[in-house]
Design a protein around this ligand. Structure first.
Ligand SMILES: [Zn+2]
Length: 124
C-alpha cells in the first residue's frame, strides 16, 4: 500500500505529459499536412515547367529540322555510318553517338546535317 501511495502524485504528472505529447503530435501532424500541401504545389509547378520545356524542346528540334531541310532538302539528314556522318564522312564523337542512341537530335558538327541511326545498324 505504501508503494501505491507513493506513486499517486506521479499519475497526474504523467497524464499531463501524455496531454503534452498529444499536443505535440497534433502540431507535428498539422505541419506534415501543411508540408504535404506545399510539396504537392511544388510538384505541380515543376511538372508545368517540365511541360513548358518539353514544348520548347520540340519547337527547337522542329526548327532545326525545318532549317536544315529548307537548306539541304532531302539531303538535310544523314545516316550514321559506323562512327561517321554519312553525309560528309567526318567522324562523330562518342557523345554524339550516345545522344543519338538516347533518341536525341544530333547535328553533324562538320556539315550540319541531322544525324540518324539507320534501322539496320545495331546499337553497340
Ligand atoms: Zn556531316
Amino acid at each position: 500500500m505504501e508503494r501505491i501511495d507513493a506513486l499517486k502524485p506521479i499519475v497526474p504528472a504523467a497524464d499531463a505529459e501524455v496531454e503534452a505529447a498529444k499536443k505535440l503530435l497534433a502540431a507535428a501532424q498539422a505541419m506534415v499536412t501543411a508540408e504535404t500541401g506545399r510539396l504537392n504545389g511544388e510538384v505541380a509547378r515543376v511538372r508545368a515547367e517540365l511541360e513548358a520545356v518539353e514544348k520548347e524542346l520540340a519547337a527547337d528540334v522542329r526548327e532545326k529540322y525545318e532549317r536544315v531541310v529548307k537548306h539541304k532538302g532531302a539531303d538535310g539528314m544523314a545516316p550514321v555510318e559506323g562512327q561517321s556522318c554519312g553525309g560528309c564522312f567526318q567522324q562523330i564523337t562518342g557523345n554524339m553517338l550516345s545522344d543519338l542512341m538516347l533518341g536525341r537530335v544530333v547535328m553533324c558538327r562538320s556539315c550540319g546535317r541531322l544525324l540518324y541511326v539507320p534501322e539496320s545498324s545495331t546499337p553497340a
